[in-house]
Design a protein around this ligand. Structure first.
Ligand SMILES: O=P(O)(O)OC[C@@H](O)[C@@H](O)c1c[nH]c2ccccc12
Length: 254
């Protein structure tokens, strides 16, 4: 059921002539007991997909806002297994598809097979592991595929056209199109030819292409979304939640 739930969510957005909006949050930031309410808030705000980050001690791609959220979550001592158990406990009450964003190490600790089983029990639709390149994805992807859970791939600004073609071929869930070189977090602006890059990927991709890194306003979401399937917003949402301003999240969605 799982990856199909995500495909249905994208279809619904498309039927309304809208673009997808994926919200990233850090599991355990504010305590694991807040997870359900945060997910329900995002669902009510109108997000299409939730990317649920797993705290990790060495988050190489995370910018300062996400790193700090990870530090707060690590202080709560929440583990990948606990997060997936917690998710399983209320999965019947949420509609919005969930994608788990974790570095490879927490998965290695429990094993890729057990990870896939726990994701399945938690009703997870997809998985993003940013430190696992396509060449090494098989050991994670196969057990996930047995449960119809998508393994999401990245395209970056420096990916060659051959690389892009290879990445979108058999892509699952969506393509994560990274909009800047570097780490996550707000940016003043984007490269002038970014929209051309995004639409080139979107033309070839069988699944939606979502642009992420540095998107922090509704205007940016609109501009980038015009060239592809939509956007992913992380740092801005993590910041708003931390400041107790979760009710403002809906204003970011075009
Ligand atoms: O925070 P930003 O700039 O809005 O970007 C999303 C990003 O934080 C989220 O998708 C993410 C969090 N950690 C990551 C690690 C790698 C790739 C992506 C991520």
């Amino acid at each position: 059921m799982t990856k199909f739930k995500m495909a249905e969510a994208f279809q619904r957005v498309n039927d309304q002539s809208k673009k997808a909006f994926t919200a990233y949050i850090m599991a355990g930031d504010g305590g694991l007991h807040t997870l359900k309410d945060t997910i329900l808030l995002l669902e009510q705000s109108g997000v299409t997909v939730i990317e649920l980050g797993i705290p990790f001690s060495d988050p190489v791609a995370d910018g300062p806002v996400i790193q700090e959220a990870g530090q707060r979550a690590l202080k709560e001592k929440v583990t990948l297994t606990e997060i997936l158990h917690e998710l399983a406990s209320f999965k019947e009450e949420i509609q919005v598809p969930i994608v788990i964003m974790t570095y490879a190490n927490p998965v290695f600790k429990i094993g890729a097979g057990r990870f896939a089983d726990l994701c399945d029990t938690a009703g997870v639709s997809g998985v993003i592991i940013p430190d696992v390149p396509m060449e090494e994805e098989a050991e994670f992807k196969e057990p996930l595929a047995n449960h119809n859970i998508a393994m999401i791939r990245f395209v970056t600004l420096t990916s060659s056209s051959e690389r892009i073609a290879e990445t979108v071929k058999d892509a699952e869930g969506f393509i994560y199109a990274v909009t800047v070189n570097g780490i996550t977090g707000a940016r003043a602006g984007f490269a002038g030819d970014l929209n051309a890059h995004l639409s080139r990927i979107a033309e070839q991709s069988p699944v939606p292409v979502l642009a992420g890194f540095g998107v922090s306003s509704k205007e940016q979401a609109e501009t980038l979304g015009a060239a592809c399937g939509g956007v992913i917003v992380g740092s801005k949402i993590v910041q708003l939640l931390h400041e107790g301003k979760g009710s403002e999240i809906k204003q970011l969605i075009p």
